[in-house]
Ligand binder design. Structure first.
Ligand SMILES: NC(=O)c1ccc[n+]([C@@H]2O[C@H](COP(=O)([O-])OP(=O)(O)OC[C@H]3O[C@@H](n4cnc5c(N)ncnc54)[C@H](OP(=O)(O)O)[C@@H]3O)[C@@H](O)[C@H]2O)c1
Length: 249
């Protein structure tokens, strides 16, 4: 199905793979991100390969005061008609750094949670008043349970997951669909040097993008990607707290 789609954080590894899939099925795209030079290169590639309309918009998630205007600029790109938006931006902070540096802590929570809620505000209002459309937002399995090695990131993603559950509940009567995406380990710039991309536990961005694209089409509510993370997280969530607090995770 060809649609008009806004991609927030379009430079992300997962977003790039998703853009290729969406453009291949004829979607027109608005790529929003900080590195507009790289996004212009991506846009040219998508236009050449797939013959679709692609625009590039400068977007810094931490510039909260620009969020309403960004959405208006996106609407202008599509003559007022947008079918859906994908939110892919995020940051994986240094946990130890966040424990001692208020600025790192604040940025981690602001990018992963506050900025997401802020930019989703005008988008949700627009889709709700139109009584159609969809949102797909990338959260993380890290939000399912806090672990000592990454609980700041996990807390922000847990907040995002809860926010999305509430937003889905709010938008249901207006027919606007909200998809929460919980990836496990994915080989992207975010995890370069941390994860072994050849490990069977580490998915390619293309695999994750395929799951997201299918979930958007099937109007799924929450997905784990790849699928087996659902069962890993069932186990993690069910470890009793007296045991869990003693584990080095
Ligand atoms: N990779 C994994 O294992 C994994 C697992 C679970 C969830 N996730 C989530 O998946 C999403 C996509 O991440 P990825 O794996 O594709 O990593 P990535 O390639 O590092 O992408 C992260 C993107 O976020 C953007 N970003 C960061 N701060 C921003 C800001 N202030 N304003 C605008 N954009 C900003 C970055 O933009 P710049 O290019 O300008 O820096 C980058 O394009 C993130 O939400 C991440 O938390 C990833």
């Amino acid at each position: 199905m060809s649609e008009n789609v806004v991609i927030l954080g379009a430079g992300s590894g997962i977003a790039k793979a998703l853009c290729q899939r969406m453009a291949a099925r004829g979607c027109s795209l608005a790529l929003c991100g900080r590195d507009t030079t790289e996004l212009e290169r991506d846009a040219a590639d998508l236009r050449t390969r797939h013959g679709v309309k692609v625009s590039v918009l400068d977007f810094d998630a931490l510039h909260f005061e620009t969020h309403d205007d960004l959405w208006n600029r996106c609407l202008a790109q599509f003559d007022g008609h947008i079918d859906g938006a994908v939110l892919c931006f995020g940051t994986l902070p240094d946990q130890k750094g966040c424990e001692v540096d208020q600025s790192q802590l604040r940025t981690a929570i602001d990018v992963n949670l506050t900025a997401a809620a802020s930019i989703l505000n005008p988008i949700a209002a627009h889709l709700e008043s139109n009584k159609s459309g969809w949102l797909a937002v990338v959260s993380s399995v890290a939000g399912d349970r806090g672990r000592q090695s990454n609980y700041i990131y996990g807390a922000a993603k847990a907040g995002l997951t809860a926010y999305l559950a509430g937003l889905r509940n709010r938008l249901q009567p207006s027919g606007v669909h909200v998809l929460t995406v919980k990836p496990g380990f994915v080989a992207t710039p975010m995890t370069a040097g941390i994860l072994d991309p050849k490990s069977p536990m580490v998915a390619s961005p293309e695999r994750v993008a395929q799951d997201i694209d299918r979930a958007i089409e099937k109007r799924r509510n929450v997905i784990y990607t790849p699928w087996f993370w659902k069962w890993i997280m069932v186990i993690i969530r069910n470890i009793p707290e007296p045991i869990f607090k003693r584990l080095k995770l």
